[in-house]
Structures are given as C-alpha cells and as structure tokens.
Design a protein around this ligand. Sequence first.
Ligand code: AMP
Length: 279
Amino acid sequence: MQILNTQIELEEFLSKIRKKGIKLGFVPTMGALHAGHIELVKRSVEENDFTIASIFVNELQFNNPSDFKNYPISKERDIEMLESVSCDAVFMPTNEVMFPHDYKKITLDLGILDNVFEGPLRPGHFDGVVQVVYRLFDYVKPNTAYFGLKDFQQCLVIKALKNAYFSSVHLVFCPTVRMESGLAMSSRNERLSMTGKVEASFLYKVLATIRDLSVHIEALDALKYGRHLLQQKNIEVEYLEFANADTLMPGKTWFKKNKNIVLIAVYIEGVRLIDNIVF
Ligand code: AMP
C-alpha cells in the first residue's frame, strides 16, 4: 500500500493508475480505524479497480477544542488494517497540505440540515466537513466515495456538496457496523471504560425499542418512553428525536409515506456519542 503525504505524491500515484475507464473508490476518515471504517474500504475494494483511503483529523469540524485534542490517533495500526483489506493507497496529509494558507473556503447552503439535530448543537461542524470533503474530492477526483450511515446527517450534507460541486462523483452510503452488543462502532468508543461501553450499548436497544413501538404508539409517546428508559440509566441525553429520513424534517406523528429516522445524541463519561435507526 502506498502512503501518500503530500498533494504531489497523491498526484503522482493518481497519474500512474489513471487509465481510461478505471474506477477509483475513495474512503475519507479521521483514522483510529475500526471495523466500521474497514467495511467501507472493503466495499470500495470490491467495487473499484483502485481504492484510496484518507486519514486526516480535521480540526475545522471540531466545535469543541478538547474533543479535537483527545481524538484518538493510531497511525501504525490504521496502516496495517488498511493493508489487510488490500487498500491501494492512504492519503495522510498535514494541515498545511489540506489547507494551505491561500486556500479558498467554499460556500454551500445546507438549508434545513444546518438547523436541525447536529447543526445547531455543533456550530461550524458541517461547514468544516464541507470544506475538507470538498478539498479531498478535488484532490482525489474519485469515481465513487463511501460514507457511513452512522453519521446520517453528514451523509445528507455530502449529498448536498455533491449536487452543488461534484455531480460526477457517485456516493455510496453504507450501513452502520455494530458490536454484538448493538453499540455502533466509533473511534470515540476508545475513550469509554468497560462500564461506559455497556451503558453506550443501551442506545441502540432504546432505538430498536422505539422502532418496535412505532407500530403501536405515536412518535411523541414512543420518544418519551425512550427518554424515560435512558433517564433510568442516568444517561445524559442531548436529543432523542425523529424525522423524515429523506429530508431530516422533524414531524409530530410518524411519517406514513416516507421512512422515519430516530436520531440520538448522548454524553457518556464525557464522550459525545450519536446513533440512529431508520424504519
Ligand atoms: P470518521 O473517521 O469518524 O470521520 O468516519 C469516517 C467514515 O466512516 C464516515 O463516513 C463514517 O460515517 C464512517 N463510519 C464511522 N463509524 C462507522 C460505523 N460504525 N459503521 C459504518 N460506517 C462508519
């Protein structure tokens, strides 16, 4: 696997592999890789002639400086994991490579996506995501890029970015990979104690309970019950809400003609965790 640190190294690699008709898959990550990331890479390797992953902890998308400072880093292990699934190259730029002093910030109107759920709670987060993914797409020019549905709202933001600037890039959104306990894999789980992980696995149980209840009771009652279950475990809930899964438009009663999504954000041991379920 090629390790590429600069834009020149990346371009040299791309010029070697680019032939008419080759398919290039791309998996952007912030590292501290786990089975969730690796599923995206495996899917790309299966579906393309070449796969590039990127590892870049993008400070711009951290609205909380201590979250950025504490973000886990495991470079050697990440490289081994990518090699084990036959990833062709990993792009690991520095901040200067990603955002040279004269880089041009792009603008993108995210509409409702900026005003619901993660939007208002993490000011600047999606703008940071948009800036970095714009630059990565511009550098790598993939045919297909892979993202995880665990970050559901981010998937819709990336879709908006594609529609505005990268109409030729095909997007693939992959299902959330979970531990046996139901806990969604996340680099942030590494900051949890064993007890914290057990508590965190309760999130998906609550989401699944709400989904199961949705055939019997209305949304607001099901969510109220979900909040009650979390309160009983003393889990600090930031939000537990539902929306139209196509648009993230919140509602008052379950959507009958569209899929519903229930989204959750909590703090456990000071670590912010998110998850969702679509039905
Ligand atoms: P991150 O390194 O957290 O920025 O994640 C990089 C990519 O991996 C994003 O598209 C995430 O949505 C995706 N991802 C993270 N965790 C999971 C998971 N448990 N299952 C599937 N995809 C995931």
